[in-house]
Design a protein around this ligand. Sequence first.
Ligand code: HEC
Length: 316
Amino acid sequence: MAFREYKIGARLFGVALGGSMIITLYMPTVDMTSVTVTETGLKKQLSYGRIGGFSYEDPFLQGEGKPKTVVLNKDPSSNAPMETVEAFVYEAGIPFPSGINHPRTLGPGATELSVQKGRVEEADHNSGAVFVISRGTHNGETVNYIENATVTRGWQPSQVLNAGGDANTQYIGSGKIMFVREGCWWCHTLLPEQTQDWQYFGIPPRLGDFNGESPTAFGSDRKAPDLLHVGSRNSSKEWMMMHFFNPRLVQPHSIMPRYDYLWGEQDADGKAIDFDAWRAAYNDYKAGKVVYPPDVPSYAADSEIRYLMDFILSLK
Ligand code: HEC
């Protein structure tokens, strides 16, 4: 009898822990599975991959283990011209997002179509797969679903990457990792609200935009413009490059930090980037000694700034 009160306490603790687990883990899942994923939601999970933050395949947030998004205007196996399609390429070993592993999370209609017509359950992450977003009807309504193009169209990951080439390939998933790692969300939100925000930042997201996204990057306290649709109001790569290298090049009073280190050591031609020389030239410009600021170095195809740029410009 001596330890009776501990037993009661232990049971109460179990009830409290179990209850909070059900509330935080299980109930949101039930909620999400009752919502049909939108086209935006599918595009996000297919282009971001399994996790858009810390994960075992990418513990140091370097953008590894992520899919690539390829814009195709000809069929990669027959070379026949076709309407532009975005293909999400998972090379061998790249983990699939939750909509492929657990189609139930795609919500009513999208689950059934993805499994029956899209054949997502036949995809195997050990050998890789290519997915596209397709449209079908379910109970008379148009529904977007995931199609496993490796099974339905015979598209192999390497074939799609070759057909698209580097110019049509985007590292959106790796770029989201940069966004999370660099803390862009300390200042920026990805959540226009239902207020006058509409007028400048564009429409707020819908619930179905978030099926399968983990983690979301809403941000918290907005100190800078919302970025959910930034690629629609400014799609200039040149402006973005100058702004990321040193925001003061385009916005003299900007409080945004420089992200020049995301360029890495070498520029697009493999030449070492001399940051000291660049800053010296920039200081001369700021002091009014020269009329123009120095040119921003072009970035290498596999640089971290390329990832981030592909992500930011995908926010349409
Ligand atoms: C210290 C706060 C801060 C951080 C951190 C920050 N920004 Fe900014 N950002 C701003 C401010 C303020 C502006 C508006 C002034 C300007 O254009 O520089 C801005 C502007 C922008 C714009 C242009 C927005 C528009 O409406 O055209 C983009 C794109 C952007 N930031 C991306 C990023 C990304 C990506 C990161 C992370 C790598 C980041 N920012 C980190 C403060 C920040």
